[in-house]
Design a protein around this ligand. Structure first.
Ligand code: BG6
Length: 296
């Protein structure tokens, strides 16, 4: 099937009816639905240039603190499908349905970022409806290179004022709203009442986003991704974004598994893996139960 811009997209389905849609434009997951058909990722209803929402891939740069375009070029490229992907690893053997997308630099990319790489993105949907994204980036260059990375995950929420994040308490973060100054989070779960644009550092491998109104908890499990970006543009910034409705900030929250503070350096021939798994539990967990899960 084709996406909004005529580019191919792939739909993965679980036996019980969960689904995920992946576009070759950017290797971007643009939809993830549970078994009831409810959309779990936010996408803006504004006419898109590229889709504002889903899970854009930020590579080889997160944000604007390098020489490249904001969040790097990977999200604006057309990826290809690997028709003969390597078999699933034991870690992912529960995944029934998956697709491997590939990105290699074009001549044009090499002019602005002169490093040859092979990027394999595996998107897999498990029988229970959980969604995993596994990125493998290999240096096929003669010299080392460094990059930063994020799965820019737009979760769909009922009302941002009713949402809280657990797992980031007491951590240090860089605040993008204050020239990336470093602060320390207080002991409470994170809630929202104004614009937030932060990079939490050295985070645990499990973070939870609790949506009270919908009685839904997103559980984000990650590997190889020490940092977590938390972003909500709130009212003023929303109005300045052309591909985002003025009130849409109420229905979304970005919580990204990322590598930002200490970029990854790959020597020639080396490969890096960054994995995120998103799942949903139907009712909000109390903190105690969540702590038990986190201990897993
Ligand atoms: C977030 C950044 O991850 O992405 C924000 O922390 C940025 O600073 C946001 O505004 C959206 O970026 P973009 O390029 O998709 O508009």
């Amino acid at each position: 099937t084709k996406d909004w811009n005529g580019v191919d997209k792939i739909v993965l389905r679980s036996p019980r009816g969960a689904s995920a849609r992946v576009s070759l434009h950017g290797g971007q997951v643009t939809s993830w639905r549970n078994e009831q058909g409810e959309e779990l990722l936010f996408t803006s209803s504004k006419p898109p240039k590229a889709v504002r929402g889903g899970i854009p891939i930020c590579f080889p740069q997160f944000g604007n603190c390098g020489s490249l375009e904001q969040h790097g070029f990977a999200r604006n490229k057309i990826w290809t499908i690997d028709e003969n992907p390597p078999p699933l690893s034991p870690n992912d053997s529960h995944a029934k349905s998956f697709i491997d997308l590939l990105l290699k630099p074009s001549e044009e990319d090499l002019k602005c970022w002169p490093h040859s790489f092979e990027f394999r993105l595996r998107v897999s949907l498990a029988a229970d409806g959980s969604l995993a994204l596994i990125s493998r980036i290999r240096n096929v260059n003669g010299k080392p290179f460094s990059f930063s990375f994020a799965y820019h995950t737009y979760l769909s929420v009922s009302d941002i004022s009713e949402v809280r994040i657990e797992g980031l308490e007491t951590l240090d973060y860089l605040d993008n709203l204050c020239q990336k100054e470093r602060f320390t989070e207080q002991g409470d779960a994170i809630t929202f009442e104004s614009e937030v644009d932060r990079v939490y550092l050295s985070t645990p491998n499990v973070v939870a986003v609790l949506d009270h109104e919908r009685k839904r908890t997103y559980v984000i499990r990650k590997d190889g991704l020490p940092d977590v970006v938390v972003w909500n543009p709130w009212e003023k910034k929303s109005k300045s974004m052309v591909d985002f409705g003025d009130d849409e900030y109420k229905q979304m929250l970005c919580v990204d598994g990322a590598v930002i503070e200490k970029p990854v350096t790959l020597k020639p021939g080396e490969e890096w893996t960054g994995r995120v798994e998103l799942s949903v539990v139907a009712s909000t967990l109390c903190s105690e139960q969540f702590d038990v899960q986190r201990g897993m």
